[in-house]
Design a protein around this ligand. Structure first.
Ligand code: NAD
Length: 297
């Protein structure tokens, strides 16, 4: 029987534990605060920030939202970032990517106070993660670690293949998998758009993590019998539905499920874990900044 990993249920369990941490902070008069900054009219970005704000409200985190006209100069965004860096009620914040072309994304990431960088994308936080002393693990790979842990998939000594080398998923995922710590100790291969014969690599893997942003790239013929398959991809493909499209992952679910011992669905797998771990980082930031210790899940 293939275990279909339920990201909603696992995420809910972690959120319940985080709610207890928030109560502990409240008893010391600390209310975690998360701000989102949006400089875009892209509907997907608008949806992502509203999902993050809604998750804050549900769990008792103070949500703050700032919007900047996408045609405004970069300076307008940097001023907002500086304000949030200085605001003691905001423990963590993020600038929703992508930003407009006239704004240098790298400068944006560097401008955020690394102690408030709950996305974990500031070079200082990337360095800490690589060095094995992560302050804020990026939400998606951290959520995947939690999914694997909840499913009793031990990564130690396993062969893992990460498909994708982006700064937000592929690279931090690989870095977490190679750490000498729980949820790590895997022998890890990173595949990308220039990889020759992807299937040859994935067929050797005990754990496949697909984050290429390419619909159903990995099918059952590329999966070893009994492997664990984590599908990060969220891709719109045309379909005969009311909206004219449907969401599919980077994995062809039905054929991969035939081979896998455990697999995540899309939607309902990695997605709910990502927002949960953003809440986790916000609670962690509030705890560090206030000096009130909490028992993080
Ligand atoms: P990205 O476009 O920044 O990176 C994609 C990576 O995949 C690149 O490094 C590229 O080299 C690699 N790649 C592309 N085609 C490939 C191929 N044919 N073979 C091997 N490698 C290939 O994307 P991203 O931001 O890392 O996101 C990846 C996917 O995950 C997207 O579908 C995105 O929507 C989704 N995503 C989901 C969540 C979530 O919470 N569920 C979070 C982040 C990203």
């Amino acid at each position: 029987m293939t275990h279909v990993l339920d990201g909603n249920a696992i995420g809910d369990r972690i959120r319940n534990d985080l709610a207890e941490c928030i109560e502990t902070l409240a008893a010391a008069d600390v209310r975690p605060g998360l701000a989102t900054v949006l400089m875009s009219e892209d509907p997907a970005s608008e949806t992502y920030v509203s999902m993050k704000q809604q998750a804050c409200e549900e769990i008792g985190i103070r949500g703050v939202h700032r919007e900047i006209d996408p045609d405004a100069p970069a300076k307008a965004l940097f001023e907002r970032i500086d304000e949030l860096n200085d605001d003691p009620d905001v423990h963590g914040f993020l600038v929703q990517m992508p930003v407009p072309d006239h704004v240098d994304e790298r400068r944006v990431l560097r401008r955020v106070d690394p102690h408030k960088d709950v996305d974990g994308f500031h070079p200082e936080n990337v360095g800490l993660l690589v060095a094995g002393h992560a302050r804020f693990k990026p939400a998606t790979p951290h959520g995947i670690q939690k999914l694997l842990e909840a499913a009793d998939v031990d990564t130690e000594g396993k062969d893992a293949v990460v498909v994708g080398r982006s700064d937000i998923v592929g690279k931090p995922m690989a870095n977490l998998l190679i750490q000498k710590s729980p949820g790590g100790n895997a022998t890890t291969t990173v595949c990308h758009s220039r990889t020759d014969d992807l299937g040859e690599k994935t067929r050797e893997a005990d754990i496949v993590i697909a984050a290429a942003g390419y619909p159903e790239l990995v099918d059952g013929s590329m999966i070893k019998e009994g492997a664990t398959v984590i599908d990060v991809g969220v891709n719109r493909v045309e379909a005969d539905t009311e909206k004219g499209y449907k969401l599919v992952g980077d994995v062809e679910f039905e054929s991969a499920r035939e081979k896998a011992s455990a697999i995540t669905p899309v939607p309902g797998g990695v997605g709910p874990m990502t927002i949960t771990m953003l809440l986790y980082n916000t609670v962690k930031a509030a705890s560090i900044q206030s000096g009130v210790s909490v028992d993080l899940p």
